[in-house]
Write a protein that binds this ligand. Structure first.
Ligand SMILES: [Zn+2]
Length: 415
């Protein structure tokens, strides 16, 4: 989820295409254009997406994962079409909501994800380990996992963290776009000089519980503090490369290297504002565009997050079509993957789309488009083994390692 609390309050930007533009694009990139080799490789691989905000759509009680939708990016028909085998549903509420309300709303979302999985037993199965993801793949099912996006949802209480873990949460992003009580965010004013002592305790408890430490959204100092404390490899569940698009939400080459040196993975985010410097610069130079979108979204949706998502989508799409914002092509995702591989190594890159929570580039509107990534990487000369790593094996390796560290720490007396 990429709500920019500082620069663009209440704005959710997410681009999709109008039907006509989608049809035009599809003519150029329809699945027939994907090589037989790419299709075979893609659909035999475990493709994992570590960050999706579809959970917000579950909350109105009407959204059905089993139906194909004309809007948004994720439902089981489109996941099947795109060979997406495992998905981390984000548990997200804005940073400004804190205290017991934050805990309660997170629990409601966890239940909503669990309910979707139970309602579609032929397609979805709740998974909490790398082994369970592999088992789901063998059975032809999609593994549903959960990540909490923002440490504010534990209300500074390790008991709440344990409760989330017991309900199946397998990563926590230490902050969202605002600081929480114990960690600084990349898009807020520093208040804690990174992680506080309690923040370090949170990371240790996550290691013990087998909950992956996610450093997307956090400040650079928080990243280095967490890296120093964590005994298990960490992930950047939905971040891209700062060397290509200079935003604080992206990761520098040095950070990527350091994350990799401890076994971690950066899962590339498809949000246009993190992929394209041109898009970013245009937004910055013309703040009135996003302001107008934000005001219109607020007028239409109030505080309904799912509505904000869809209306933000529609209005941003209009702004791109009116030529106010630049068009960003899906191949930018490949540029970021390739850069991260060159910097951090092929064992340390994965996919974290931000579907249903951000602006998708043209040609990557939904999960059905994912085989294009496999095709593009093969065409770039990547080996089949390396493509499999990026699609999901790297994330599975981190999960296994986090589980191993957890087992080791659980044997020690509980401090
Ligand atoms: Zn996010």
């Amino acid at each position: 989820m990429e709500k920019m609390s500082i620069e663009m309050p209440r704005v959710l930007l997410k681009t999709a295409l109008c039907v006509a533009a989608a049809a035009l694009l599809a003519a150029g990139v329809k699945s027939g254009d994907i090589s037989a080799r790419a299709k075979k490789l893609h659909f035999s691989s475990i493709v994992i997406d570590t960050h999706d905000d579809t959970t917000q759509r579950f909350l109105d009680g009407k959204f059905d994962m089993g139906e194909r939708h004309a809007n948004g990016s994720i439902d089981t028909p489109r996941m099947r079409e795109g060979g997406l085998g495992a998905i981390f549903f984000s548990i997200w509420i804005p940073s400004k909501i804190t205290g017991q309300e934050a805990v309660n709303r997170a629990l409601t979302q966890i239940e909503a994800v669990r309910a979707q999985a139970s309602a579609h037993p032929k397609d979805l199965v709740l998974a909490t380990t790398a082994g369970e993801v592999r088992a789901a793949h063998k059975q032809g099912k999609i593994a549903a996992l959960m990540g909490v996006e923002g440490g504010h949802m534990i209300n500074s209480d390790l008991g709440v963290l344990r409760k989330f873990a017991s309900l199946g949460v397998r990563y926590m992003t230490l902050t969202h776009s605002g600081n929480d009580e114990w960690a600084d965010s990349s898009t807020d004013r520093p208040a804690h000089n990174g992680l506080t002592d309690f923040g370090k305790q949170v990371v240790r408890e996550m290691n013990r519980l087998g909950v992956m430490v996610d450093i997307s959204h956090v400040s650079d100092k928080t990243f280095y503090d967490a890296l120093a404390v964590s005994e298990a490899p960490m992930i950047a569940s939905h971040s891209s490369c700062r060397a290509i698009c200079d935003v604080p939400r992206n990761v520098t080459d040095q950070m990527m290297n350091d994350l990799a040196a401890k076994g971690g993975v950066i899962q590339i985010n498809y949000h246009v504002s993190f992929l394209s410097q041109e898009f970013r610069d245009t937004e910055k130079a013309n703040p009135e565009i996003n302001k107008a979108i934000a005001e219109e979204v607020q007028k239409r949706c109030g505080d309904n997050e799912a509505c904000q998502l869809l209306e933000g989508d529609r209005l941003t799409r209009e702004a791109v079509e009116q030529g106010k914002l630049p068009r960003v092509d899906w191949t930018k995702i490949i540029e970021h993957i390739d850069h991260a591989v060159k910097v951090a190594g092929v064992d340390h890159v994965g996919l974290g789309s931000d579907f249903d929570g951000a602006n998708m580039p043209y040609g990557m509107e939904d999960a059905s488009k994912l085989p294009k990534i496999t095709d593009a990487l093969l065409k770039k000369g990547y080996s089949e083994g390396d493509v499999k790593k990026i699609l999901g094996e790297n994330t599975l390796r981190v999960m296994s390692e986090v589980e191993r560290v957890s087992r080791g720490l659980s044997k020690q007396p509980h401090k």
